[in-house]
Design a protein around this ligand. Structure first.
Ligand code: SF4
Length: 158
């Protein structure tokens, strides 16, 4: 069983966010350490060629638009493709991605009005991974993630 798991780099403390900061989650990293998984850090937006820092972007209908009104769909798609490729190369079946992001969100995304309003939805990378049967969790559903890790690596918990 592959112990490789894709993880949003910003959740691991890498400064890859649009603002130049990160979303470090000590609870997530502690959980992953407990199950001794191999972390494959990924940031789809950086892999897609976008700079750090960059303008915030939100999904609007079938497009992704930055806050100046420019489409960044091509970069987001390129990033999602690169993440899928990485998942395949490393035989990842599970990913833990940052909630609410237009790339990484798995339950919620912003509604496209740049007003901080969340709606149910998935980021572009999450959509692609799920279409390829990779399970996507977030830092906000760690109990579910832990159940999944238990099932996968039952006998190997430290
Ligand atoms: Fe984090 Fe994903 Fe945004 Fe990259 S694209 S900063 S990994 S939420």
């Amino acid at each position: 069983v592959s112990k490789n798991i894709l993880v949003s780099a910003c959740l691991l403390g890498e400064n890859v966010k649009y603002s130049g900061g990160n979303n470090f989650s000590s609870k997530l990293t502690a959980l992953l350490r407990r199950y001794d998984v191999n972390i494959i850090p990924i940031c789809p937006e950086v892999l897609g060629g976008l700079p750090i820092p960059r303008l915030p972007a939100e999904i609007i209908a079938a497009d992704i638009i930055d806050c100046n009104g420019q489409s960044v769909l091509a970069e987001f798609q390129r990033g999602a493709d690169a993440v899928l490729q990485r998942a395949k190369q490393t035989h990842c079946r599970i990913a833990v991605l940052k909630e609410n992001s237009p790339s990484c969100g798995s339950r919620f995304i912003y509604d496209g009005t740049f007003s901080g309003t969340l709606i149910e939805g998935e980021g572009l990378t999450t959509q692609l991974l799920r279409r390829h049967h990779i399970e996507v969790f977030s830092e906000l559903n760690l109990a579910e993630l832990e159940n999944r890790l238990k099932k996968e690596y039952q006998d190997e918990e430290k």
